[in-house]
Design a protein around this ligand. Structure first.
Ligand SMILES: [Zn+2]
Ligand SMILES: [Zn+2]
Length: 135
């Protein structure tokens, strides 16, 4: 995270401007009442802050939220909806309770990572790495 909060409307992680319509995470410092904003893809530190110190930090997603609720057809990425070729590395998120598996491209796995960090008792995160050389 940046040491000093960037100007209004900029991401606290990468410092770049937030675009309207982008998935955004708002991190509130509860005692101070100040708010930091993150791109959805940059929000891992925000989720970690809330996980480690929920008395002090509170996270909230704004706008388009990465969707985990409606899994696409088998073999498709739950984040972007595109097919995951068998030759590509993927992330598998397993629902520990129901055994359902969600699949993600390696590049689309932030939501999966966040789910596993926020609720490790609910989700199992597995990175299936394909060695391109092996094919
Ligand atoms: Zn960012
Ligand atoms: Zn994807």
């Amino acid at each position: 995270m940046l040491e000093h909060p960037p100007p209004e409307g900029h991401c606290s992680e990468c410092g770049e401007k937030m675009c309207p319509g982008d998935a955004e995470v708002e991190l509130t410092n509860i005692p101070l009442g100040t708010q930091l904003h993150f791109h959805g893809r940059c929000a891992a530190p925000a989720w970690l802050a809330e996980t480690q110190d929920p008395e002090e930090w509170s996270c909230r997603t704004v706008g388009t939220v990465p969707v985990l609720q409606t899994p696409p057809p088998q073999g498709h990425c739950c984040e972007c909806g595109d097919r995951i070729p068998a030759s590509e590395s993927e992330v598998i998120l397993t629902d520990r309770k129901y055994g359902a598996q969600l699949h993600f491209h390696g590049n689309c796995a932030l939501a999966a990572y966040v789910a596993a960090v926020v609720e490790p008792s609910g989700w199992l995160f597995h990175y299936r790495r394909i060695d391109a050389e092996a094919n």
